[in-house]
Design a protein around this ligand. Structure first.
Ligand SMILES: [Zn+2]
Length: 315
């Protein structure tokens, strides 16, 4: 055993440092070891790729399969990893009950926007990498016994930004829910309005809220679920007009980013500023619900808010 390790060391000396470090050659076997160890480390790193994910909060390496089974929540510190719209719908809706609406609707580059890359090429890139047409998936499905209108945003598509497609899909969903007298659950994650669509994206704020006003007038419940992060134009429109507004733990929620606010107000921001926990303490949101408890809690809320629908479903 000793001989094999010795030969390995001497090989490393020959191959790695022939002329780079000539002086410290006297009995420094540990120096010779170092480059070899570094090499074997990088090899080790290659192997678990795609099998383990490092938690950004507690730095624990979590087995991917375990993470998926735990709805992408860290098993050690309960950090909520980002989750795709598809995964979220799967975690909430009863099997085979979700009927997607407007699945082929896609954005058009109305402004002929050109920056570092054209908007059209950006859209194509995101459509290819995510398999989505835009940043929201909408449809009608069943959660427990309740038939609901469900809209779920996906941050991986242009930062979940709200352009004309996101606004239009939400508006059509809300309209359908109003026509069929269904409760609504909208799950947000967004960096805000989509700048590539200029004023067209800003108009979606008023449009979605207008549709929600008709839904509210019909005395139908709307539950808004805020996930990490929900910011700017989405936060300043449909996401904050829910009858109930709930959030996932640790979610960053706000309008402008903390740096902008700090620069504008020239004041120190309180600790935990713009987190779900801070906003719960200050009365903006009604509850913080972990991802694993979300479905059960939403059913409880729907039972409470739509007693007539529940008894009809049971009968
Ligand atoms: Zn963790």
């Amino acid at each position: 055993m000793a001989t094999t390790s010795f030969t390995k060391k001497s090989l490393a000396v020959e191959t790695v440092e022939p002329a780079v470090t000539p002086p410290p050659a006297t009995g420094n076997a540990t120096f010779a070891k170092k480059p070899k160890l570094a090499g074997s480390k990088s090899k080790k790193r290659e192997i678990p790729e795609g099998l383990w994910t490092k938690c950004p909060k507690c730095s624990t390496m979590v087995f991917d399969k375990e993470l998926d089974e735990n709805l992408k929540v860290c098993t050690r510190c309960q950090y909520h990893f980002p989750i795709s719209a598809r995964e979220r719908i799967h975690s909430l809706v009863e099997t085979c009950t979700f009927e997607e609406m407007d699945s082929t609707m896609a954005s058009v580059d109305v402004l002929n926007f050109t920056g570092a890359a054209s908007y059209t090429s950006k859209l194509e890139k995101y459509q290819q990498t995510t398999g989505l047409k835009d940043a929201v998936t909408t449809g009608i499905g069943k959660v427990g016994e309740h038939r609901i209108g469900l809209g779920v945003m996906d941050f991986s598509f242009v930062g979940g930004s709200m352009g004309s497609v996101v606004g239009e899909k939400f508006t059509r969903l809300i309209g359908q829910a109003t026509a069929w007298a269904l409760p609504l659950i909208l799950i947000s994650t967004s960096g805000g309005a989509r700048m590539y669509e200029g004023m067209f994206s800003l108009m979606q704020m008023a449009k979605t809220c207008g549709a929600l006003a008709y839904h509210a007038k019909a005395r139908l419940p709307y539950i808004s679920v805020l996930t990490d992060p929900t910011m700017a134009g989405v936060m300043a429109s449909f996401a904050t007009v829910g009858d109930l507004i709930v959030a996932e733990p640790g979610a960053m929620i706000g309008f402008a980013g903390p740096r902008v606010i700090k620069d504008t107000t020239q004041a120190e921001l309180p600790p935990g500023f713009q987190t779900a926990e801070f906003l719960l303490d200050h009365g903006l949101i009604d509850a913080i619900i972990s991802r694993k408890e979300m479905k059960g809690r939403l059913i409880d809320y729907l039972n409470y808010l739509t007693p007539a629908q529940k008894s009809a479903a049971v009968a």
